[in-house]
Design a protein around this ligand. Sequence first.
Ligand code: HEM
Length: 185
Amino acid sequence: MALDVAPLSNQLGFFSLICYCLTLLPTLLRIVFPQTKQTEIPKWLLLQRRLIGILAFLFAVGHGVLLIKKRNIDFSDVTTAWVYIQGICTLLIFTLLAVTSNDWSVKKLKKHWKQLHQLTYLAMFLLTWHVLDKMMGHWTQVTPISLILIGLIDGLFIWRRWIECRGSAKTPAAQSMSAKPTKPN
Ligand code: HEM
């Protein structure tokens, strides 16, 4: 199958996806492969996470704007808006994350900041759906790379959740519930 050359609009979507994956990678690697904690790349990614996240947002805006213009998309029509629902929701999440990626928001939102930033994991699945749905039947040269990257991130996330569930099942409370009853004196 010959792949199309990706136009600028698609390249911007692709750069956004790469930056977004890089923001998720350090935490996922730390939990799934704890031995990577001391290595330089995850440490550097963790330090630059805010900047990389903002770049992901800016690339996504460029991507969205170019495609809206190119396709004359009219969001006041509900049927049209529905066609782009995954892209719109992902962009909304990216916007919320970008505007709250600063010390002031961390202080103001307190524990809600962490809850809000959990939305990043919803964006991960929306983005997978977005690329699969929008590129079905007309892949460009960047589509397979996007799908491999986001697929790896989805896989690491599921692995992480599995490790965390296994860990919480082994908490002292759970252990005492599952412990064999001791002989009465
Ligand atoms: C965070 C937001 C978004 C990201 C990260 C993103 C990313 C991507 C990526 C990686 C592709 C595949 C490019 C390729 O394989 O060549 C794509 C395709 C596409 N996206 Fe987005 N997107 C986002 C938001 C949006 C929004 C808001 C729209 C609304 C107009 C949109 C419309 C499209 C369309 C129409 C395609 C298919 C392009 C084609 O057929 O060549 N995306 N997007």
